[in-house]
Design a protein around this ligand. Sequence first.
Ligand code: NAD
Ligand code: UDP
Length: 310
Amino acid sequence: MKRILVTGGAGFLGSHLCERLLSEGNDVICLDNYFTGQKKNVTHLIGNPYFELVRHDVTTPYFVEVDEIYNLACPASPVHYQYNPIKTVKTSVMGAINMLGLAKRIKAKVLQASTSEVYGDPEQHPQKESYWGHVNPIGPRACYDEGKRCAETLFVNYHQQNNVRIKIIRIFNTYGPRMHPNDGRVVSNFIVQALHGKDITIYGNGMQTRSFQYVDDLVEGMLRMMGSREDFTGPVNLGNPGEFTMLELAEKVIKLTKSNSKLIFQPLPADDPMQRKPDISLAKKELDWEPKINLEEGLGRTIDYFKTIV
Ligand code: NAD
Ligand code: UDP
């Protein structure tokens, strides 16, 4: 049995990861400050003798003996990470330093939840791991993008300088049950609006694209990356290469919810990337991984979840 620390474990992705790790017979410590996550995401796990819930902020050091660390702590939706941008940078950078310091002392393997946002508003399409990105360092998304880029730098430096065993994944837009209904992300916004029969808010002309991955596919990729050969550190893209405009997404959500909602157009936020799609050849080669759940199927499951909470 492995003992595993999941930071940000009470969040959307973290809660699914904790569940999967427990189901595979691991001992899981879920650490969270509940900024964007919620206890109710993991209350069903409380009572499992191999699950511990710890209230802690990753910007201060944390001491524990574990074999593996998944570092997910960080607000992920633009609304939440822009709420307190200084704190977002601190969470990414100081959180990475604290988790890398811990991994170094206890010789644990540590995985960083990085993001497709390190590519910024990309000029190469689809995005390969070798692309350095196109990020505005002083724009509204910089606290998140640059914080995550600096965290990647720290991971690589701790690996090269101190032999810390690292894994970096770059996660592309992921959706599924337990997304926060008010976090402002496009999938949750559209579903909640459609279920309430309210107008669907398209930012800009809706021609910008994203590639949406269902949460279970991501969790599978995370476990494969953690278990990959020791000298494969990444970064590796984990995303679904299916690419959709926001107008196409809105149409699918309206159809699947059988909603009467109409589209309304609102201003495009500054620095909003125009296109995004992962090149996943590296994940296929190194992890024998590719997503299995297409957008209709994943949206169906997510809509079923939202019907129970809104
Ligand atoms: P989320 O907001 O649901 O989860 C983040 C969790 O981290 C929350 O539970 C929050 O309370 C916790 N947290 C935030 N600051 C903290 C701090 N200082 N100390 C301790 N805990 C803290 O978001 P998510 O979608 O589950 O994202 C999880 C991770 O995956 C994040 O690091 C995010 O950047 C990354 N990621 C997510 C996506 C996506 O599409 N969901 C895409 C790329 C990267
Ligand atoms: N978006 C939209 N309507 C919404 C929320 C988001 O049109 O109600 C757009 C947003 O401008 C962006 C895309 O959907 O182009 C994805 O936004 P999200 O916040 O989910 O993720 P990110 O921009 O970080 O990829």
